[in-house]
Ligand binder design. Structure first.
Ligand code: HEC
Length: 130
């Protein structure tokens, strides 16, 4: 009886962890695991999630600029949110998540927008190296 219970428990845990691991790549989860540590409380002047006044001028900069500059890093904002293996697409998705919680309505960048973001990242990195 006891081992059955354990077996069912194991199956149950495996089943619930399946969708959880797929979800792990979602923008909200990236936000929670990487960005929230600063952007929830506003550490070091980070624009807080949901602070429409702070986000309005950033949203105006546009998706290409804002995503690329955040990815490269700006003052207290560490490059890639401080997670060296965070890809541009995942970073961009968590920016979209933050923007959409803060008064904007952006969509995950399509292929052509991603190309522009990549180009802006290279341009910005070169500028910062000067
Ligand atoms: C260690 C703290 C920290 C973490 C972690 C962090 N940020 Fe930031 N972020 C900041 C700070 C501080 C600023 C404000 C920088 C400034 O303008 O002085 C900022 C600014 C930004 C901006 C605006 C950039 C601009 O051009 O003004 C974006 C976009 C952003 N963060 C996205 C993210 C995303 C997405 C993540 C997670 C993947 C993340 N941040 C993780 C601290 C952090």
């Amino acid at each position: 009886m006891k081992s059955y219970t354990l077996t069912y428990l194991f199956i149950f845990v495996s089943l619930i962890s399946l969708p959880t691991s797929a979800w792990a790549s979602s923008a909200e989860n990236t936000y929670k695991t990487v960005c929230a540590v600063c952007h929830t409380a506003g550490v070091a002047g980070a624009p807080k999630l949901g602070d429409k006044t702070k986000w309005a001028p950033l949203i105006k900069e546009g998706q290409v600029q804002l995503t690329a500059h955040g990815y490269v890093g700006v003052r207290g904002m560490p490059a890639k949110g401080g997670k060296p293996d965070l890809g541009v697409q995942d970073f961009a998705a968590s920016v979209v998540y933050m923007v959409n919680q803060s008064g904007g309505s952006w969509q995950n960048p399509d292929a052509s927008t991603l190309k522009k973001i990549d180009a802006e990242i290279i341009r910005r990195q070169a500028q910062l190296r000067k």
